[in-house]
Design a binder for this molecule. Structure first.
Ligand code: PLP
Length: 441
């Protein structure tokens, strides 16, 4: 079995020198979770500039779906770049753009006939969907969820509700956005027991029994924006009833149901999109991150009946760039046959984490599907162990395992989707060592 190899405690001398140069010239808003300085990658392995090798359990924030430098993606990018790098898909035509849109238009069962608008990022897909929702419905109000994360542009930060720092001092934000509780059976907003909440979740129905009675009429609502599995908010799996209720309410009141699948899409849950995994089809689906293996591409996939905006009402200079489109086609070619493996390795991963949970009670909840897995870390009294998770991330890095937290105290396990059971085992052995070393919080 292959394990991470740390020969020079990171950050080594070359890493330190680059970090020093970086800090002098890059924006202080960058987070920089730990001092990882990448030289190159292959598959699920990252090599730093000092010769250390790391096992990647976070895929550059759920992006490198086909692994680092997959030869087929690299070749597609090289071939496309050698032909032409740009012409502007908003104004002209090329085949790779049509190929990606054709694939995405039929990627989500239950959505029927779709049309696709290509962007450069997730936040731009969100921004475009806000415009589309208002344009199509001629309504202004938008519902989003507590704990949500949708990006960093003005519309997207207005929809966010995961960290106050993402909005502080940037106002005034976009008007008419309202946040309601997200379904979280482990920490129910209405204090219900987990088992009750799993089957009887009220987070959707409260719209009818509370919001539409006392705050605003449903006829004023353009869209509900929801992550079908909450990402930055803590890798939270909602109760199945939650998304079903939202679908029913949106149908009843002609509200647009928008799934932000920027993190949950591109094969991560073991189907191309979580909509399929969870059995609920939205009116609009947003994707980005893993869809082009790390090349900047996002998409608004919308039912043809709702993508009604007029010629010239929305566009982008780079969105759907031919090099990114070529990477996306190669990515989809790799991911589609890989989906059964993603589901089975994901199941193995979750079972192994549950085994670790018995040994380390600091793991309070294990949840997820496919390779979108969260483990929430808790204090003895069940409250979130936020500091502990910070220490765990740092210690794991120094032992060669790349982790990333989300929510208050959750580690998200979002490795490249090509990961094997042996690689999962190797990483979890390192995690086990870290937890033993850190002890109880
Ligand atoms: N939506 C979700 C659910 C995300 O997780 C993210 C990024 O983490 C975004 C939107 C924003 O995507 P990007 O960083 O590509 O703009």
């Amino acid at each position: 079995m292959r394990y991470p190899q740390i020969n020079t405690p990171p950050p080594g001398p070359k890493a330190q020198s680059l970090i020093h140069r970086d800090h002098a010239v890059t924006s202080p808003s960058y987070i920089k979770e730990y001092p990882l300085v990448v030289d190159h990658g292959e598959g699920v392995w990252i090599h730093d500039v000092d010769g250390n090798s790391y096992l990647d359990f976070m895929a550059g924030i759920a992006v490198t779906s086909t692994g680092h430098a997959h030869p087929k993606v690299v070749k597609a990018v090289q071939d496309a770049a050698a032909k032409f790098m740009h012409i502007c898909g908003t104004d002209f035509y090329y085949e790779s753009m049509v190929n990606v849109c054709e694939r995405l238009a039929k990627a989500v069962p239950g959505m029927g006939q779709c049309k696709v608008f290509l962007t450069n990022s997730g936040t731009e897909a969100v921004e475009g969907a806000i415009k589309l929702a208002r344009y199509h419905t001629r309504r202004s109000k938008i519902i989003a969820f507590r704990g949500a994360f949708h990006g960093r542009t003005m519309g997207a930060i207005t929809l966010n509700s995961s960290k106050p720092g993402q909005k502080a001092h940037f106002g005034p934000l976009v008007p008419e956005v309202y946040h309601i509780p997200y379904s979280n059976p482990y920490r129910c907003a209405y204090n219900h027991q987990k088992d009750w909440c799993q089957t009887q979740c009220e987070c959707g129905t409260k719209l009818e029994t509370d919001w539409f009675l006392s705050h605003f009429a449903p006829e004023e609502v353009a869209a509900i924006f929801v992550e079908p599995i909450q990402g930055e908010g803590g890798y939270i799996m909602p109760a199945p009833k939650f998304l079903q209720d939202l679908r029913r309410i949106c149908d009843q009141h002609k509200i647009m149901l928008v799934f932000d699948e920027v993190q949950s899409g591109a094969g991560r849950t073991g189907h191309l999109f979580a909509a399929e995994t969870l059995g609920v089809a939205p009116d609009v689906l947003l994707t980005a991150k893993g869809i082009a293996s790390g090349m900047p591409l996002g998409a608004i996939v919308a039912k043809t009946s709702v993508m009604t905006w007029a010629r010239g009402s929305h566009g982008s200079t780079y969105g759907g760039n031919p090099v990114c489109c070529a990477a996306a086609v190669a990515t989809l070619d790799i991911l589609e046959p890989l989906l059964p493996q993603i589901r089975s390795v994901g199941e193995f991963f979750i079972n192994e984490l549950k085994r670790l949970q018995k040994k380390h009670p600091v793991i309070g909840d294990v949840r997820g599907v496919g390779l979108m897995i969260g483990a929430e870390f808790v204090q003895k009294d069940g409250t979130p162990a936020a500091d502990y998770v910070g220490k765990l991330e740092q210690l794991a890095f120094r032992k060669g395992l790349l982790l990333l937290s989300c929510g208050k105290s959750t580690i998200r396990f979002a490795p490249p989707l090509v990961i094997t059971q042996d690689e999962v085992k190797a990483g979890l052995e390192v995690l086990d060592q870290c937890l033993t070393e850190l002890g109880t919080p």
